[in-house]
Ligand binder design. Structure first.
Ligand SMILES: Nc1ncnc2c1ncn2[C@@H]1O[C@H](COP(=O)(O)OP(=O)(O)O)[C@@H](O)[C@H]1O
Ligand SMILES: [Mg+2]
Length: 358
């Protein structure tokens, strides 16, 4: 997605998307809390030494996939290479692999609509590599919408549209030729409510996202991926002796870490977290916060939180969103978390971070 035509941002919203009913099971299904509950994919058979994971399912969108800002998402249609190498090639590097450069994600002039309702106005934000960026602000100011635009989930909502660009290491994830499922593989998402597949085993839950990428994974590699992902998510010690039990048997905090592990299994460059602790008790919250501290060494993190203490504990960058009187959401102020909280430039930021509204 290049710079949008002026009319997209200045007046009427762009063409509406077709309904999301065209979606096959794909990373989008995983990413949607509701779809995840109703559409668990069949788990890999534990006995198979090597399994080719259904490549057809890797395409989150069919040929009639959504248009964003009037653009056909044509790059979604072509079956491309599997993650990590040519289609069908065995994994040379199972997991964990060698460390790789950390990724920066940049939003430029992002505006968003639901139908005729404009909810974001030219939001620009750089989320630096290897840092945690916290998005704060009152309910309804567009934080979740912004987060969902960062991994192409917004376009799944019927009637939703957007303008602007999202650059992952300089490449626009909305460009023609940039496939939706690649964006969702590179940029993982964890939601407010943990959404593991409840009847699927813990082991298969971790692999569920990977399965949808069409990547060929041998049994040993699968074991490594499961252990590596659960370790990174801070859950391995608690579940290593019960990997065949259903995901639904875990506590809420454990389920959230299982979802983090599921996201990590596809080795994302960026992890988006939308109020990941708001349904959790303080102990589970602390564990997740510690996990984030570890993870930011290898993945760039963006977190929406309403908890001001949490924002200060976990983030190095902070952006304050606000939507005044029905106007679209904007970023009032952003910068180092320390500065946003302790010496905000804008009076509204000071009022919000000190709990005077919102
Ligand atoms: N699926 C949707 N359809 C229509 N309007 C929506 C939808 N999701 C969110 N909105 C609206 O978009 C605005 C921003 O919402 P959201 O991004 O969820 O804000 P936040 O996460 O900051 O609470 C709100 O006015 C909300 O009502
Ligand atoms: Mg929200």
């Amino acid at each position: 997605m290049n710079a949008p035509p002026a009319k997209l941002t200045d007046s009427a919203p762009p063409a509406a998307s077709p309904p999301a009913a065209d979606l096959g099971p794909g990373l989008g299904a995983l990413a949607s809390p509701d779809a995840a509950v109703t559409a668990p994919a069949a788990g890999p058979s534990p006995g198979a030494a090597t399994e080719v994971l259904a490549p057809a399912q890797a395409g989150a969108l069919g040929p009639a996939g959504p248009r964003v800002g009037g653009r056909a998402a044509s790059g979604d249609v072509a079956p491309g290479p599997a993650i990590g190498g040519p289609a069908g090639a065995p994994l040379a590097e199972p997991f964990p692999g060698p460390s790789r450069p950390l990724s920066v994600i940049v939003a430029r002039d992002v505006s968003a609509w639901f139908g005729a309702h404009k909810v974001l106005e030219r939001v620009s934000l750089t989320m630096p590599a290897g840092q945690v960026t916290a998005l704060i602000g009152p309910s309804g100011c567009g934080k979740s919408t912004f987060l969902r635009i960062l991994n192409r989930l917004h376009e799944l909502v019927p009637g939703a549209a957007l303008a602007g660009s999202v650059l992952l290491d300089g490449n626009d994830i909305y460009d023609r030729g940039h496939r939706t499922q690649d964006a969702r593989k590179d940029i993982g998402m964890v939601f407010q409510r943990p959404n593991p597949f409840p009847a699927m085993s813990i082991y298969d839950n971790v692999l569920a996202g990977l399965k949808l990428t069409g990547r060929r994974v041998g049994r040993e590699a699968r074991d490594l991926i499961v252990e590596g992902s659960l370790t990174r998510a801070g859950l391995w010690g608690e579940v290593k002796d019960r990997l065949r039990q259903p995901g639904g048997s875990l506590s809420g905090g454990q389920q959230q870490r299982l979802c983090i592990a599921r996201s990590l299994a596809v080795r994302p460059k960026v992890l988006l977290m939308d109020e990941p602790c708001s349904a959790l008790d303080p102990t589970s919250t602390r564990v997740i916060e510690e996990t984030m501290g570890e993870l930011q060494r290898e993945v760039t993190i963006v977190i929406v939180t309403h908890n001001m203490q949490q924002a200060q504990r976990v983030s190095q960058q902070c952006a304050f969103f606000l939507a005044a009187d029905g106007a679209p959401g904007v970023i009032v102020e952003h910068g180092d978390t320390e500065a946003v909280f302790n010496s905000p430039r804008d009076r509204r930021t000071a009022d919000y971070v000190h709990g005077r509204f919102g």
